[in-house]
Ligand binder design. Structure first.
Ligand code: UDP
Length: 192
């Protein structure tokens, strides 16, 4: 059962629980996706029904920001705490380095995903990054094919909101990944 925060359902999980749930999804048959709503997402979703539907249909929706946690408290539906997208990503990376799941990094300006991959491989020995692509492509089909050919299990989708959420829902199933996660500016952080 998700906790309703102004029309957007949020999973009431600690970071450790969220990482365990994300890892389980990445090992389950079929396509799944995770979103990391912050207050800006929730405001945008109030006016944008398509975005709201996508957020509410996610397999995992994490409270990415203290604003969501405060809103939950004020509404009388307190959450266990915030689960920043970047921390969730780090937790998944640690698990993937052990499980051998393969990761594709999609998004950010040209060169950023490659740099992020290099840094993440160093930080997480054993992590299998099977491909990268920048987030400023014109055609979607070749990108979908590239992710599919790389046999990625997990896709970090870092195109900014709401673009990345629309992209995950529209193209995610075709990529063959088991889990896509919308992670905004995370690749810039990992490349930093
Ligand atoms: N981005 C992209 N393609 C686009 C627009 C944005 O890859 O068409 C990238 C941008 O380079 C940045 C990220 O998406 O790396 C968005 O970061 P931002 O911090 O603005 O997003 P948020 O985390 O707030 O959703």
């Amino acid at each position: 059962m998700k906790t309703d925060i102004l029309g957007v359902g949020i999973d009431d999980l600690t970071l450790a629980e969220a990482v365990a749930a994300g890892t389980a999804l990445s090992e389950s048959e079929g396509f799944h996706y995770a979103v990391t709503p912050n207050p800006e997402f929730i405001l945008a979703a109030k006016k944008d029904e398509a975005f709201r539907r996508i957020l509410n249909a996610a397999d995992l929706a994490l409270a990415d920001g203290v604003g969501v946690v405060y809103a939950a408290k004020i509404l009388g539906r307190p959450l266990k705490g915030r689960v920043p997208g970047i921390d969730f990503a780090q937790g998944l990376l640690s698990r993937m380095a052990h499980t051998g799941a393969s990761l594709f990094l999609l998004g950010a300006k040209p060169g950023v995903a490659e740099q992020a991959a290099e840094n993440l491989r160093k930080a997480h020995p054993g992590l299998l990054i099977c491909g990268t692509h920048d987030g400023y492509f014109q055609e979607d089909a070749p990108v979908v094919e590239e992710i599919k050919a790389a046999k990625a299990d997990v896709l970090f989708t870092c195109l900014g909101a709401p673009k990345q959420e629309h992209w995950m829902v529209q193209y995610g199933p075709e990529t063959g990944v088991k889990l896509a996660v919308g992670l905004g500016g995370s690749l810039d952080v990992f490349a930093g």
